[in-house]
Design a protein around this ligand. Structure first.
Ligand code: NIG
Ligand code: FE
Length: 404
């Protein structure tokens, strides 16, 4: 029989929708068997048959679902601290990109790095994310920009699962920037690398979703439409970097394709939100990029809220716009910068983040018959998870995923 254990002296923020705030159960018990949740509820209601199980007392700690970081660019070579200095002296993110810096400078460093170097630096960042309670990480390609290099990034992303007990979701982001060798031949890049590479990577089981950077310095909606059609014909779900720097109507495009999510959204027109809401796509907000780029245009949080759009929060961990490796800090920033409530922030890294990756059936809430992906915290109330800055109050992260 699979090993069973009973946790007691704890509160559980189940994050189940439509229940008490945070789905909170105070003075709770949780029974786990073989990596599955067998029972949870008030300790006083614990069924007789579980009374004899080995008990672990949590001394009043809080249990939440393990967090889901639904938007990262975790694998990259080098860093862009020098561009950080340039921006502090007044250069904008777009200016630096147009001068051949930005994403393209990371492409150069990534192409030059060995597999081992890419893996090692990604593991360092992954460890930091895990220390902030994350057990599922979405990882995008997008710094290779050739078929081989993009596939290499996704292979290394998948390999992370062999080194840490986390689940990795891979996203094909060859439409991140046009590499120098295709300058002026954007349509050829889309056919020869973005779409041809997608088909190959998909045939190798390396792609869970397809993304693009829909922006004046990225790809147009017409170009993204071509890529989305290819993704759709392969049966792959879509997401999109939309309205980060300008309003390109990318969120509407993502909605048209029933995308899992549209991400960033600072420049999303509040008037477009009702249309976006119909799709059921998640709005993934990335306060680390807003903060790092010293953006002043706020995403239309009130309109998203009023239209019942599910909002997620992610780190957007990347070397340019968001060198952030703590999802707890992203939650704090969502509250301070985007006026999220702490409950919205916690929902944003659990239930809604799982939805943004198509993982609603298995992740993001604590419920019976689900895998036991849980985080145990040295806090008394869930609002503290958005409140503390700096040291992580994580006590233990439990993932149902054993190392492969
Ligand atoms: O999500 N905007 C495009 N992609 C990343 C930035 C990538 C980079 O600057 O290297 C983002 O912000
Ligand atoms: Fe991003």
């Amino acid at each position: 029989m699979a090993k069973s254990v009973r946790y007691q002296d704890c509160d559980i923020a189940t994050m189940q929708a439509g229940t008490a705030p945070y789905g909170l159960i105070e003075k709770a018990s949780l029974v786990i068997e073989g990596g599955q949740i067998l029972w949870l509820g008030k300790a006083c209601n614990l069924p007789e048959r579980f009374h004899a199980l080995p008990v672990t007392s949590l001394n009043g700690r809080l249990i939440t679902p393990a967090f889901v970081d639904c938007h990262t660019h975790l694998i990259f070579g080098g860093n862009r601290a020098l561009e950080f200095e340039m921006r502090l002296q007044g250069a904008s993110y777009e200016e630096i990109a147009r001068r051949g810096g930005g994403i393209i400078s990371t492409v150069k460093a990534t192409r030059e790095a060995t597999d081992e170097e890419l893996l090692k630096s990604a593991l360092t960042r992954l460890d930091a994310l895990m220390d902030s309670g994350v057990s599922v990480v979405e990882v995008k390609s997008g710094y290779g920009l050739t078929i081989d290099q993009e596939i290499r990034m996704l292979r290394i992303a998948r390999a992370l699962e062999q080194h840490r007990p986390v689940s990795i979701v891979t996203t094909w982001l060859a439409a991140h920037a046009v590499p120098p060798e295709y300058k002026g031949r954007e349509e050829a890049y889309i056919d020869e690398v973005v779409i041809a590479g997608l088909k190959l990577a998909h045939s190798q089981g390396l792609v869970d979703a397809v993304d693009g950077f829909c922006e004046t310095i990225g790809f147009s909606t017409a170009q993204m439409t071509r890529i989305f059609k290819a993704a759709k014909s392969l049966g792959l779900p879509m997401k999109l970097h939309a309205e980060q720097l300008t309003d390109q109507k990318g969120a509407i495009l993502a909605a048209e394709y029933q995308g899992l999510s549209a991400d960033h959204l600072e420049y999303l027109d509040p008037n477009d939100v009702p249309e976006f809401a119909k799709s059921g796509s998640v709005a993934v907000l990335l306060p680390g990029a807003f903060y790092t780029l010293k953006e002043t245009q706020l995403p239309p949080v009130k309109a998203l809220r009023d239209n019942q759009v599910d909002m997620a929060i992610a780190t957007d961990c990347n070397p340019g716009s968001s060198p952030l490796t703590s999802i707890l800090t992203a939650m704090n920033m969502a509250c301070t910068l985007f006026s999220f409530t702490p409950e919205e922030a916690l929902t944003g890294v659990t239930r809604h983040a799982a939805k943004a990756l198509g993982l609603s059936d298995t992740h993001g809430v604590i419920a019976v018959n689900r895998p036991a992906n849980i985080a145990i915290w040295d806090v008394k109330h869930p609002s503290e998870l958005s409140y503390w800055l700096g040291a992580s109050p994580l006590h233990q992260l439990m993932s149902s995923r054993a190392l492969t």
